[in-house]
Design a protein around this ligand. Structure first.
Ligand code: DC
Length: 224
């Protein structure tokens, strides 16, 4: 039996930074489900699809081959043979991913791939609906969050070295809109499942959060 750890939470809560580190320390595979939604969105935009049209989405998905592979513990997302891992982090992709993540066809397409990844490895998987939908029987479920001010500040610091055109206030607005969209969609919304442990990272350093998560995992696995 393989161990699965589900980490859910809103944008900027620290999920990917923390999850990557914990996965590397514990030698688990880090599965970044957001990257899969982003990769499909990349393809929709490349096909000039900018609106939620289920028929067009299904048509494109029909001709899509999404592969997720692990290279030295790093997840690579390959779409139709092209490695798009480094092309899916733009503001435009973030904005449209939140939209396409509301599509039933998109979610149905990805859920099987995500579940399969947890079948053959110990995984720590991050996203919005992992504990509630993708892996409801995960050994450990954690809900990571932080105040909107803190999350916007983190994104700002992360972006500002690359993109000086966006202000902290604008980022706060963008993140609030994504939070709203992710939490209020009909299918698989961002939600803290009842059995998830809440970790508020607002006033914590990265290493404090990593230690806390590893403690929770150790405690839960010991009890299983
Ligand atoms: O974690 P991220 O910022 O890379 O996620 C990109 C978008 O994908 C985000 O708006 C929510 C969506 N998403 C989702 O709906 N379900 C997931 N399991 C992961 C991401």
């Amino acid at each position: 039996m393989y161990i699965s750890v589900a980490i859910d939470g809103p944008a900027g809560s620290g999920k990917s930074t923390i999850t990557k580190q914990v996965a590397s320390d514990l030698k688990y595979n880090y599965v970044d489900t957001g990257a899969m939604y982003r990769a499909l969105t990349y393809k929709f935009l490349k096909n000039n699809l900018y609106e939620l049209d289920e028929e067009k989405i299904l048509n494109i998905l029909d001709k899509t081959n999404l592969e997720v592979i692990f290279n030295d513990g790093k997840q690579l997302v390959i779409i139709d043979g092209n490695n798009v891992t480094d092309n899916i982090r733009t503001n435009e992709i973030s904005k449209y991913t939140s939209l396409f993540a509301t599509s039933r066809a998109v979610r149905n397409y990805l859920i099987d791939i995500q579940r399969d990844l947890a079948k053959d490895y110990n995984v720590i998987m991050d996203g919005r609906d992992i504990g509630s939908c993708v892996l409801p029987n995960a050994n450990v479920k954690i809900y990571l969050t932080a105040s909107i001010e803190e999350r916007a500040k983190r994104r700002y610091n992360e972006l500002s070295s690359r993109d000086k055109s966006i202000s902290l206030e604008e980022l706060k607005k963008i993140i609030s809109e994504r939070d709203y969209q992710d939490s209020n969609r009909k299918i698989a919304p961002l939600i803290k499942s009842a059995d998830a442990i809440l970790v508020d990272t607002t006033n914590m350093t990265i290493s404090q959060v990593v230690i806390r998560i590893k403690d929770i995992i150790a405690e839960k696995i010991k009890g299983n």
